[in-house]
Ligand binder design. Sequence first.
Ligand code: TXA
Ligand code: MG
Length: 315
Amino acid sequence: MDKSRNLSARVDSTTAAAILSAGGICAFATETVYGLGADARNADAVLAIYEAKGRPRFNPLIVHCANSAMAETLVVFDDNARTLAERFWPGPLTLVLPIRPGNGIADIVTAGLDTLAVRVPAHAMARALIAAALCPIAAPSANPSGTLSPTRAQDVVDGFAGRVPVLDGGACISGVESTIIACRDGAVIQLRAGAIANQEIEAALGRKVPRAEKGSPVAAPGMLARHYAPRTQLCLDVDNPEPGEAYLGFGPLPGCNGPTRNLSPSGDLAEAARNLFAMLHELDALGAGSIAVAPIPETGLGEAINDRLRRAAER
Ligand code: TXA
Ligand code: MG
C-alpha cells in the first residue's frame, strides 16, 4: 500500500471546513461512524458523494445539522419529533420528517421523497465542522456503497485508497449507525435499528414504536438485504468455530485455533457495537476462508448489531 498517499488524505479541521464551503467532499468523524460530507444545498457537491461511494441515486442522504434550530429550518417537526430531538440530540438519532418547502436542500439529497432525514451529531469535531462550514452537511457513511462501515479514519483512507480527504476524530464511540425514526401525522415508525435502542425511544415517547415493514412505502430505501459486507463470507450464530476458521466472539470464548477477536469479553452490547466494524475490518483483512460469529442477544443494542451482521452475511 502507498503510505505517503494515505497520509496525505488526512486534513485538519480548518481545511475540512474550507473544502466543504468550497463545494468539495470531505470525510469526518461522528459518534456513530465516519460520514462523507458535502454542502447539502449544493447539488454538484452532493453528486460527488454518490459518485465516490458508487451509491444508487434512489438512496437518500442524512443531513447533519449543528443544532435543532438549523434542523427546524429544513423540516417540519411534530410533537413526537420534538420530544425525541430534545431527549436525544445531539446524538445518534436521525429523524425523517416532512420537508419544509423552500429549505434550499438539493433535490438529489432526498432522492425525490417528500421527507428529509436530519440529525445533530454529538461528536464535538463534527459539530464544530458544521458550524465552521456554515451549511447543513449531507453525509452518508464514508465507505464505498455496500461495504463495511468505517469507524476509524484509516478505514476511510483504505476504503477510498486515499482519494478522499479525512478529518480524523479518532475511533467512533458508538460504532453503529444512528437509529432512524420517521414521525408523521402523529405516527412514529423505526426505519433502522441503531445506536439508540428501541426501548429508549419508546420510553422517551411513552408508547410503542413499531418497526417499518419490509417494502412499506415509508421504509428507508437504503435498507438493502446485502450491505455492510466484508469480502469474507460470514457465518452467524456459531458457538464453536471450525478448525482454522476466523472467529468473532462475544462473551467467554470457546476453544479456537484460528484468528480471533472478541466483541466484548464481558458480554456488554455497547462495547460490542463499538468494536463491531473495526473487528470485522481486521478479520476480513486476514483473508481467512470464512468468519464465524458468536450469537448476539437480540435485546437493546443487540438489535442493531444483529441487523448489521445479517446484512453482512447475505450473499
Ligand atoms: O449514523 C449515521 O446515521 C451515519 C453518520 C455518518 O451520520 N450515516 C449513515 O448514512 O448511516 P447512510 O447513508 O449510510 O444511511 C442513511 C439511511 C439510508 O438507509 C437511507 O435510505 C435512509 O437513511 N434515509 C435517508 N433519507 C431518508 C428518507 N427521507 N426517508 C427514509 N429513509 C431515508
Ligand atoms: Mg451506510
